[in-house]
Design a protein. Structure first.
Length: 555
């Protein structure tokens, strides 16, 4: 009988047109198993091997998937991802709707899996499989680069990753389903304190050359305290356009604000509410939870918090609660008909209305205060000085933009003036022009910086995806439980077959050109791998026949 080399050569010489079926593969393994056994490779193991369902790796590569929408690799990737839906507000961006659908689905997987078809389940499984692989197996820069073709391919059509050779500041350009084409998007993967940064000159040039917007999609990684492992990601989105440019780039300082909500209440009835309480003792009073400034510093560090403040004090001599005017003003205390109340006796049985801090319910009975984010007029940041020359210059540039718009000029005219390349426009001066043109210390000229507080405060949160090992394994187990047994067997046996074929054929001893001899243990391991491959092949074939024929009967 021929040795391994001869058998492989024979199979190769049959021609690439012949497709090997499971029977041919089993025959090949059985033939080779009669020869001296070389050393097998030891299995190192990986987290994906511990999942209830093992899927193939379908990578979104830079060239054939990201930049070539018509390639076969791209079509295969899109096929796997094609059943991920869109959800949320139909007027939102396509990215918003796509990522909202994903985070909503994984937020309550057990319930959502009950209503999905097999193709939908497989698409969500593959997304999680590859997304977790990107985030956990690569460093931040590589993960960020892989994220570009991955997200572009999610939208299908002619959506693509933009090659750096094009000189486009967008990372990807997408075709929105049923909407606009070629929409530019910049992608960032950051830690919780990471800044969104970019070249000021390049962004201005984008608008000077006729660009209408630049949408930013931010993936913020959350890490466990002890192991520093990525435990979850939160998606954010914001859009920079000509009409909001000054809100984002070199803007004035911003601070957190209180989001209030009117609450109708009666003390005798509503003390069970978390924002209202009655205190007894030496200073008996009725208290209401109110949001007060937690920091006096201007800018993104300004924060708000809540504390209970006395709405009314008990006057023991009169036996009545007397309204605290200062707090009544702060919470805009009113009677049920809207009449303002600022003094006098507070009646526990009267219907009142007060504006108190709005909270959103959380898990385990918790709640999160809802905060706003507003500009501080007349202030400035480091970027205000670095990019525009200071707050006064920023105001002058903003005024110029308004005057040009009122005169019917397209936005590109203003942005050309910012670059100093349109002498026909009277522009406010050259305080920061040298830096804008590229004389700054950083590559590409002075860079803009957008803090987490800023993009979280002014941007939109799309959702959070938990990717701990436990959460991912649980999802795969719950998904496998909703699929038919043959389908799960088919994918798992396909993965096992691939492993065992590798263990069997990728041997490096026991052949004539290899001096090292195989031990009895090596021979046993190789024999075991070969037999396992044969068994995998048989089980795979049976599962494919049963699963596919069963689905055909139901169509």
């Amino acid at each position: 009988m021929s040795d391994l080399t001869e058998i492989l050569r024979e199979e190769y010489e049959k021609g690439i047109a012949e497709i090997m079926d499971p029977h041919a593969l089993m025959e090949m393994i059985e033939a080779v198993m009669s020869h001296p056994a070389p050393k097998t490779l030891k299995e190192q193991g990986a987290k994906t091997r511990e999942r209830a369902l093992r899927l193939p790796n379908i990578m979104a590569t830079e060239i054939t998937v990201g930049q070539k929408p018509s390639s076969e690799d791209r079509q295969q990737f899109q096929l796997w991802m094609s059943n991920i839906g869109m959800s949320g507000d139909a007027s939102s961006s396509a990215v918003n709707q796509k990522l909202t659908a994903l985070t909503d689905f994984f937020d309550n997987p057990k319930e959502n899996l009950q209503g999905t078809t097999i193709p939908e389940t497989l698409s969500y499984l593959m997304f999680l499989n590859q997304f977790v692989y990107m985030l956990k197996e690569f460093n931040a820069s590589v993960a960020g680069f892989l994220w570009e073709p991955f997200l572009a391919a999610l939208f299908g059509g002619k959506s693509r990753q933009v090659p750096t050779s094009e000189g486009d500041i967008a990372d990807i350009r997408i075709d929105e389903p049923g909407g606009d084409r070629n929409r530019p998007i910049s992608l960032k993967i950051l830690n919780e304190v990471g800044l969104v940064k970019g070249s000021f000159v390049d962004l201005v040039k984008h608008f000077a050359h006729g660009g209408t917007e630049m949408r930013y999609v931010i993936v913020v990684k959350h890490q466990t305290k002890k192991e520093k492992a990525v435990s979850a990601v939160t998606f954010y989105e914001f859009n920079i356009a000509a009409d909001n440019f000054f809100e984002w780039i070199g803007n004035v300082a911003y601070t957190q604000t209180v989001i209030s909500k009117d609450k109708a209440f009666k003390v005798s009835r509503d003390l069970k509410e978390k924002w209202l309480k009655k205190v007894s003792g030496t200073s008996a009073r009725i208290e209401i939870e109110h949001a007060l400034p937690g920091a006096t510093a201007k800018g993104p560090t300004g924060k708000v918090s809540t504390k209970f403040v006395p709405l009314a004090y008990l006057n023991k001599e009169e036996g009545a609660y007397i309204i605290n005017p200062e707090v009544a003003e702060a919470v805009n205390l009113r009677l049920g008909d809207g009449t303002p109340v600022r003094e006098g006796v507070f009646d526990e049985n009267t219907n009142y209305i007060a504006a108190v801090a709005e909270f959103k319910a959380g898990g385990a009975g918790g709640r999160t205060m809802q905060k706003g984010y507003e500009a501080i007029p007349g202030s400035e940041t480091k970027d205000t000085v670095r990019l525009w020359g200071g707050k006064d210059e920023l105001a002058a540039w903003s005024d110029l933009a308004t005057r040009l718009q009122d005169a019917g000029q397209p936005p590109a005219v203003f942005f050309k003036a910012v670059l100093g390349i349109d002498p026909g426009v009277p522009w406010p001066g050259q305080a920061a022009l040298g830096a804008r043109r590229g004389a700054g210390a950083e590559a590409g000229g002075t860079q803009f910086h957008i803090s987490p507080a800023h993009y979280k405060g002014l941007g939109g949160k799309l959702g959070t995806l938990r990717i701990t090992t436990q959460a991912v394994e649980k999802f795969f187990a719950e998904a496998a439980a909703t699929l038919n047994e043959e389908l799960v067997t088919m994918f798992n046996k396909l993965a096992d077959l691939n492993d065992n074929i590798g263990r069997f054929f990728l041997a490096n001893c026991g052949q004539e050109q290899v001096v090292e001899k195989c031990t009895d243990k090596d021979a046993a391991n190789r024999t075991e791998a070969g037999q396992n491959a044969i068994n995998d092949s048989k089980e795979l074939e049976a599962a494919v026949v049963k699963s596919v024929s069963g689905m055909q009967e139901n169509t």
